[in-house]
Design a protein around this ligand. Sequence first.
Ligand SMILES: Nc1ncnc2c1ncn2[C@@H]1O[C@H](COP(=O)(O)OP(=O)(O)OP(=O)(O)O)[C@@H](O)[C@H]1O
Length: 239
Amino acid sequence: MIEADGKLELTGLEAGYGESMILRDVSLKVEPGQVVCLMGRNGVGKTTLMKTIMGLIKPKKGTIRYAGHDYTSRSPDRRARAGIGYVPQGRDIFPQLTVEQNLLLGLEAASAKVRKAGIPESVYEKFPVLKEMLYRKGGDLSGGQQQQLSIARALVSEPKLLLLDEPMEGIQPSIVLDIERVIESIKDDKQMAVLLVEQSLTFATSIADYCYVLDKGTIVAEGSSDTLSEEQVRRHLAV
Ligand SMILES: Nc1ncnc2c1ncn2[C@@H]1O[C@H](COP(=O)(O)OP(=O)(O)OP(=O)(O)O)[C@@H](O)[C@H]1O
């Protein structure tokens, strides 16, 4: 792995919708091979931050550096081709397309080299259920399976940086475990940097190398899982 591969560095980011500024002075780093968790109550700006990293929202101030280059003004397309994979909140798969067709769409975002190689076998190893259901329509899958498909679709392009927005939200416990195992295996592979929005403090601190807590659009606490005190995090997570 090249040293800067997958590295993300946000500095002094300000972003929002029209006149309403949601993120204020957000600085954050994800190193190659790391899992970094972003925590915070509902509505504090976690999704807005993910969208800004993906290029779907243009920041008013600050910089986004990725893989050693300034990506602040680059299009979402270019970010995807450069290896940023995004799994948005709420499994936006295509219900009328088959599982395989959904996965092939993930390849569209990939670099030419990855596109040529096709869907990597490693994706089916991570999600064996999808291989069994390859020709079923996405809409026929359970909610948890759709979430697995949504993550698999991002993995198909073999990203260097994976943005996961609350992948465990609203999913039955058995599938939560499956998804946690996949995130653990991604971490063990050490090929990808992961920025994970996660509400479960237990899982976040067990998997993350580093955690950030966002409140009202600002980072209010950060640290490695062993230095960030539970009390500190809970204070900002409590309603
Ligand atoms: N398209 C939009 N236009 C205007 N305001 C928006 C839009 N999307 C989100 N917001 C506002 O931005 C703020 C942050 O929302 P965001 O979705 O980033 O929060 P979040 O931390 O991801 O919350 P949740 O956990 O509920 O998804 C909220 O006040 C929300 O109402």
